[in-house]
Design a protein around this ligand. Structure first.
Ligand SMILES: Nc1nc2c(ncn2[C@@H]2O[C@H](COP(=O)(O)OP(=O)(O)OP(=O)(O)O)[C@@H](O)[C@H]2O)c(=O)[nH]1
Ligand SMILES: [Mg+2]
Length: 307
């Protein structure tokens, strides 16, 4: 993620405050312990779960740390803390690339996610960020499902001064996506961002439709230029993760937009996302305004939640 590197580290840090204040104290006390006994490992697992890393990821981390402690003869909390840091680093060490790297212009971002996850707001934020990087952006209102959705993205488009390609509510979202890419090419845009309707993961017909839309987008673009961004609401915890896993059965997201990080003390969900989905988190939402966006920085994340 070179182009966006370290954008808004202050906002990122601020959005982690709730998570930090709940985790740092607990972990700090825990790692002060002189003995790495059963109680210590159980408490560590419990603390990780309470930060929403999920049971599976918490178990995995603890068993890896136990193994390391044994192999390296580690007996103090302080040394163990170092191991935790490096284990988290490993979890976040995913194959990642600059999302603006492409063979051909325009790059097409397709925003997907469940109802209310923050897709449309995140598009406004991403647009704001891209404009600040001198990118020419066009938006596509392919959420034709809800009448108000087209209005919502058009309002953002007006505020941000970018064109929004739209058709009437109820029209074919694939056709809107097609028009958006066509317009992006003819107007020599750098980036097209396509909004999609929220999906319920249980509704496989809606998911099949999303698959169809993404196929059209890939067909009309250079495939390497299409980046599917999955928006996950950071406040929905494990439930959000389960919904996200369902999405990956229908489309292959390239990156995650972790929204509403400002509203949760359970930022450990980022660890669960990296560990379970193996998809890099590109951006985080830090509020409701277009400039409330930050680039996810694993090292900063680790250093903030673990003192
Ligand atoms: N605090 C906070 N609120 C956010 C963030 N991102 C989105 N929201 C709010 O979440 C609500 C839903 O956001 P939308 O962007 O409409 O979500 P959506 O996924 O497009 O929703 P649908 O189109 O209905 O599926 C809005 O009230 C947003 O202001 C964030 O990072 N922080
Ligand atoms: Mg929306």
């Amino acid at each position: 993620m070179n182009v966006f590197k370290k954008r808004n580290p202050t906002k990122f840090t601020e959005s982690l405050e709730k998570t930090r204040s709940s985790l740092v104290g607990q972990l700090g006390d825990l790692f002060k312990k002189s003995e790495l006994d059963t109680e210590f490992w159980e408490d560590l697992e419990g603390t990780l779960i309470s930060a929403d890393t999920g049971l599976e990821t918490a178990e995995k981390i603890v068993s890896q740390l136990r193994e390391n402690a044994k192999a390296k003869n580690i007996s103090t909390g302080k040394e163990c803390l170092k191991e935790l840091r490096s284990e988290l680093k490993n979890i976040f060490d995913l194959k990642d690339e600059d999302p603006l790297t492409r063979a051909q212009k325009p790059v097409v971002f397709v925003m997907v996610g469940v109802n209310g996850a923050g897709k449309t707001t995140s598009i406004a934020k991403l647009t704001h960020l891209l404009i600040s990087l001198n990118q020419k952006v066009i938006l596509g209102a392919a959420d034709t499902f809800r009448a108000a959705a087209v209005d919502q993205i058009q309002i953002w488009g007006d505020k941000l001064g970018v064109t929004v390609i739209a058709q009437d509510p109820g029209s074919d979202p694939g056709a809107v996506a097609f028009d958006t890419i066509k317009a992006a090419k003819s107007r020599n845009m750098d980036v097209a961002i396509i909004d999609t309707a929220g999906r319920l993961q249980g509704k496989s017909n809606l998911m099949e439709e999303l698959k169809k839309i993404s196929k059209i987008i890939i067909r009309e673009s250079d495939e390497s230029s299409v980046k599917i961004i999955l928006t996950i609401d950071g406040t929905t915890g494990q439930n959000g993760l389960i919904q996200a896993i369902e999405f990956t059965k229908f489309v292959s997201p390239d990156g995650i937009f972790l929204s509403k990080l400002d509203g949760t003390a359970k930022g450990g969900i980022a660890i669960a996302i990296a560990d379970q989905l193996k998809i890099p988190i590109w951006f985080v939402g830090t509020g409701e305004q277009p400039d409330d966006i930050a680039v996810f920085d694993p090292n900063l994340f680790i250093s903030r939640i673990i003192d």
